[in-house]
Design a binder for this molecule. Structure first.
Ligand code: SAM
Length: 424
């Protein structure tokens, strides 16, 4: 039977002919892939090699979103790419190790080497450990430019850190099995508790974890930072010992691309929180729709996950619109330094969430385009949009949400809003 695994598909590339062919290919272009494949086979190349090389070029073109120009020199499997930390984020991980003054970092479960690359790129000595043999082979290729990086195909927890001269550990445990996401950190590989237990052997331990991790499972003496990239929450990092110069607590790191095309990084910390495992503070919401202010503020997902909504409310003189709802309302635009953490809307009207009345509005105003956001209500924006019979040239943005203190009879409200430009 043919072996169709990603590892078998890569094997032809890890030969001198395979490597030469891969190096000779142009950047991947879907519209040219078929004719390129035919011409390579007509030129006498083995069909399995041609298929492997074109698959690799396709993965490299996808990988450019995470690794930029480096992707063209790297090798990937679909899973390895999917799980790899993008360079914009791994650079921040690596900067913590460099600033802590550590020398040799063990990356325990290095995958195709996304994080190991960033660590090595900052001049750190890296021992990248991966138990899956084909993945370790790819990490070896990907780390080839770095003299001080070595890949070891082994179980992460079997490594003798002391004998290897390791003084810092990074781990990004595998959080999937059988195509399923595992939410329990004790089902990850390696387990979160096993990685954190290494703190007895090295002072500097950092772990990338799922952003939805329950705060109660976090070590109370670590600094935990949630990261978003262009509005998408991508991870939380648990930073221990010298990797946490900010001290125990929680923060959000918001990464984006500025209008000038340059990367931007903004941090927000909750000064009142010195124990990341503590439950986030909940503020009293407005009591009714009458108290909705001129503005609706939507915190970035990293700030929400980091439990910073109350901190943002304090700093913007605003209040949550409902119990445990991460929308804030007030009358003052946030100061410029908070802009990366808050999307701002001007509230034009507040309507009851009543389908008949909303349909009448759509008809009367000739609304053909409707953007719907929602929080805290069992409403599907797509289903709501479909049931409204949109028709006309008008356009509106609605935010469907629960308002006030939670109450079982609460049916929610629709806030008709307009965006306030981010660059003010
Ligand atoms: C989420 S991926 C790491 C991705 C990596 N940080 C990157 O940026 O490319 C986790 C990796 O850990 C490996 N792994 C899981 N358990 C392991 C163990 N006990 N020892 C070594 N590697 C392990 C998996 O094979 C997988 O490649």
């Amino acid at each position: 039977m043919n072996d169709t695994s990603p590892a078998a598909a890569l094997a032809p590339l890890l030969t001198p002919q395979g490597w030469d062919l891969l190096g000779s290919l142009p950047p991947y272009d879907e519209s040219q892939a078929l004719s390129l494949s035919e011409s390579l086979r007509a030129a006498g190349h083995d069909p399995a090699l041609v298929a492997a090389a074109l698959t690799q070029q396709r993965l490299r073109s996808r990988a450019a979103a995470k690794f930029g120009d480096f992707a063209q020199q790297m090798l990937f499997t679909p899973d390895g790419l999917e799980q790899a930390t993008r360079l914009a984020v791994s650079a921040h991980h690596a900067a913590r190790y460099a600033a802590a003054g550590v020398h040799r970092v063990a990356d325990l479960g290095c995958g195709i080497g996304g994080d190991a690359l960033a660590l090595a790129g900052l001049g750190l000595d890296v021992l990248a450990v991966e138990r899956d043999e084909p993945t370790a082979a790819l990490a070896t290729v990907n780390l080839m430019p770095f003299e001080d990086a070595r890949v070891l195909c082994a179980d992460a927890l079997s490594v003798d850190l002391e004998a290897e001269g390791v003084d810092a550990v990074f781990a990004d445990p595998a959080r999937r099995a059988g195509g399923r996401r595992l939410t329990d950190p004790e089902q990850w590989s390696p387990r979160l508790s096993e990685v954190l237990a290494l703190l007895g052997r090295v002072d500097a331990v950092g772990v990338k974890v799922a952003p939805g991790i329950d705060h109660a499972l976090l070590p109370s003496d670590a600094h935990v930072q949630w990261v978003s990239v262009d509005g998408e929450v991508v991870e939380a990092g648990i930073w221990c010992g010298p990797l946490a110069p900010e001290g125990p607590g929680r923060s959000a790191l918001v990464l984006s691309t500025g209008a000038d095309g340059e990367p931007r990084a903004r941090r927000l910390t909750d000064p009142a929180c010195t124990d990341p495992s503590a439950a986030p503070e909940q503020l009293e919401p407005v009591s009714s729709t009458a108290q909705i202010g001129e503005l609706l503020l939507e915190p970035d997902g990293a700030a929400i996950r980091a439990g910073l909504v109350a901190e943002l409310a304090r700093r913007t003189a605003s209040r949550p619109v409902g119990t445990r709802i991460a929308y804030l309302t007030g009358d003052t635009l946030p100061e410029a330094s908070l802009a990366p953490f808050l999307r701002c809307w001007r509230v034009r009207e507040v309507l009851p969430l009543n389908l008949k009345a909303l349909r009448a509005r759509v008809r009367e105003r000739g609304i053909g385009r409707l953007e719907i956001h929602k929080r805290g209500l069992p409403v599907s924006p797509d289903a709501l949009r479909a049931s409204l019979r949109l028709k006309g040239d008008g356009a509106e943005t609605w935010v469907a949400t629960r308002v006030g203190v939670r109450d079982e009879h609460d049916r929610g409200a629709v806030l008709v809003v307009e965006p306030v430009p981010a660059e003010r």
